[in-house]
Design a protein around this ligand. Structure first.
Ligand code: FES
Length: 589
């Protein structure tokens, strides 16, 4: 499919079968007859371990993002024990290393503020310890890209174990989907159609089990992308969190990590331009989260693969949406798994994939999907009957977003995909909260709601404020979607005609900073266009009058974030973490 694609890597047949323990990375810590290594060995023995436990065998790090405040990872204590069982079965030695947990539901202002912090931690934890290979345990949204980014930069053999989606929720006769049905029923509550008792019942039942959001939100999108990239065992992305199959997946991932250590299959063999293309095809065909665009950009740049938003749009024009999954479609992750999961879907698209990419299973992607089948053509559509003939997200450009912006077209009201309306502008999130439900707000169903100061620097941390609420007075009139434009992200479980990631963001003086209430804005998704109807002299006058915001952070992580985070179209990594220049290996200290 791609002229950008790297030459494919060879398959497991070429993987190293040399099981010489002297070549293990951990041998640098434990093998030498010197004072430092004496310290390493004697302190392992301090923990009651013996040579038979850890000498001459792969040491497998389990990077566990469990936390009492990560609601989606509450099964990870049990899963890490199961991973350990697999590692021991295969002749390795497990060491569990807790790393920062990014639980979407509890962190303010946004877990995105901390994705790069976890990525840095994962990289350094892998680099500084006697770890020959790693099992990366993540799931809740940003933990997936963060762990993968860290693994790319450390370049230690790694396998990703997704947390898995939670079970489907039911309320009366309805199947509830995480996030999506929260927004839906909140709108009904604001419209006066849902009483307190109904709302409390929904609160009690919508989070039915451990696991990640069971819509095709960011967590499920990123799990599918991890599988398509080749970083998980086949079938891992959709396996529900709390079924026995997920326990077996954990054990198998542990076993496979030991082989990875001996075979020395490193992330640089997995994260090629071809594999990045496969990730984009996957994001499009599942109708995946717009957040994945930012994360794929960051992963590619870590791996030294040149990638721009144009590549997403090129691929989106060729890839049909086959996953009929909420919020863009009808079904949930449990249905997707039963229907054949990602492998089944990808088998239907194999002509659009680089099937010769290596995966952590030791097989190529083509080999891992070869025997997959689809059990339900409603959930995983056929090529002849897609949800949409082109991909689920589009990149728009124009004078309001010179560096691009994105929209999840598959989740937009078809009536609004070509629209021109009068802007109603909110300067920041507090302004939005204060005025959106003001009965005197001059707004109607054709207005274009605009929010600024919500980008990577402006918020800071690029929060999920992009699905701006519909004003209550319009909800009561039956309005359920409007064109909304911001430099924010939105939750992968959200929906609506929301133009996101406007770049450059308003905080840096992007054109969004200059829009005023009453200006006309036009979007045309088919033409990939966003246009701010403003006289050029007027725009220049506003530009001359614009005052850059005062920087708020002088110390700590926030100051580092503000100084180094890149814009949305660049992946929002820290500029100093991009690229794949080899770092030092700490074996001389
Ligand atoms: Fe954790 Fe949605 S809140 S995956």
């Amino acid at each position: 499919m791609s002229s950008q694609a790297n030459a494919p890597h060879e398959t497991s047949s070429a993987a190293s079968t040399d099981r010489d323990p002297r070549k293990l990375r951990s041998a640098r810590w434990f093998a030498p007859d010197d004072l430092r290594s004496f310290g390493h060995r004697s302190r392992m023995k301090q923990m009651g371990l013996d040579n038979a436990d850890f000498r001459d065998k792969p040491i497998i790090g389990i990077l566990n993002t469990w936390s009492d405040l990560n609601t989606c990872h509450s099964h990870f204590k049990q899963r890490s024990d199961e991973v350990k069982r697999g590692i021991l079965q295969a002749g390795g030695f497990p060491v569990e290393v807790p790393v920062m947990s990014l639980g979407e539901m509890m962190m303010k202002p946004s877990t995105m503020l901390y994705r790069n912090l976890l990525a840095m931690e994962a990289e350094e934890v892998l680099r500084c310890h006697p770890i020959d290979a790693a099992v990366l345990m993540g799931g809740c949204d940003k933990t997936v890209p963060a762990l993968l980014m860290g693994a790319i930069s450390a370049n230690v053999p790694s396998i990703f174990l997704p947390a898995g989606p939670m079970l489907k929720a039911r309320w009366r006769n309805e199947t509830l989907g995480s996030g999506s049905d929260v927004w839906k029923y909140w709108a009904e509550r604001c419209a006066g159609n849902l009483c307190d008792n109904d709302w409390n019942e929904i609160e009690d039942c919508i989070g039915r089990s451990a696991g990640t959001c069971m819509t095709m939100g960011t967590a499920s999108t990123m799990a599918c992308i991890a599988e398509a990239l080749g970083m998980t065992l086949p079938g891992a992305a959709c396996t529900p969190a709390v079924v026995a199959e997920h326990s077996r997946l954990a054990v198998a991932s542990g076993r496979r990590a030991v082989d990875l250590a001996w075979e020395r299959i490193t992330p640089d063999q997995i994260f090629t331009a071809a594999a990045i293309d496969n990730a984009i095809v996957t994001q499009q065909t599942i109708g995946g989260s717009t957040n994945a665009i930012v994360h794929i950009l960051a992963l590619a740049r870590r791996a030294g693969v040149p990638l721009t938003l144009e590549r997403f749009d090129e691929i989106s024009q060729k890839v049909p949406v086959l996953g009929d999954l909420r919020p863009g479609g009808r079904y949930l992750m449990e249905d997707f798994h039963a229907a054949g999961g990602l492998s089944g879907l990808l088998e239907r698209l194999k002509d659009l994939l680089h099937t010769n990419c290596l995966t952590v299973s030791g097989q190529t992607l083509g080999e891992t999907i070869a025997n997959s089948r689809v059990n339900d053509d409603e959930v995983i559509r056929t090529r002849q009957n897609p949800v949409s003939s082109a991909g689920g997200t589009c990149v728009l450009r124009g004078n309001l977003a010179p560096d691009g912006c994105v929209i999840k077209s598959v989740a937009a009201d078809p009536r609004l995909t070509k629209h021109r309306g009068r802007a109603v502008v909110f300067d920041n999130y507090p302004d939005l909260k204060a005025r959106i439900n003001d009965p005197d707000l001059d707004v109607d169903a054709d207005s274009v709601l605009v929010l600024r100061s919500a980008g990577p620097l402006g918020a800071p941390g690029f929060p999920e404020w992009g699905m701006l609420p519909i004003p209550n007075k319009l909800l009561k009139q039956g309005v359920r979607d409007m064109v909304r434009i911001s430099d924010a992200r939105m939750s992968g479980t959200s929906y609506g005609t929301c133009v996101l990631h406007v770049s450059p963001e308003s905080h840096t003086g992007g054109p969004l900073a200059l829009v005023q209430t009453g200006d006309e804005i036009e979007i045309d998704i088919e033409a990939r266009k966003i246009h701010w109807h403003v006289d050029s002299e007027e725009a220049e006058r506003r530009r001359a009058a614009w005052q850059p915001p005062i920087e708020r952070f002088e110390r700590g992580y926030n100051a580092m974030f503000a100084k180094h985070v890149t814009q949305a179209h660049e992946g929002c990594d820290f500029d100093f973490l991009e690229g794949n220049t080899p770092d030092y290996e700490p074996d001389i200290f």
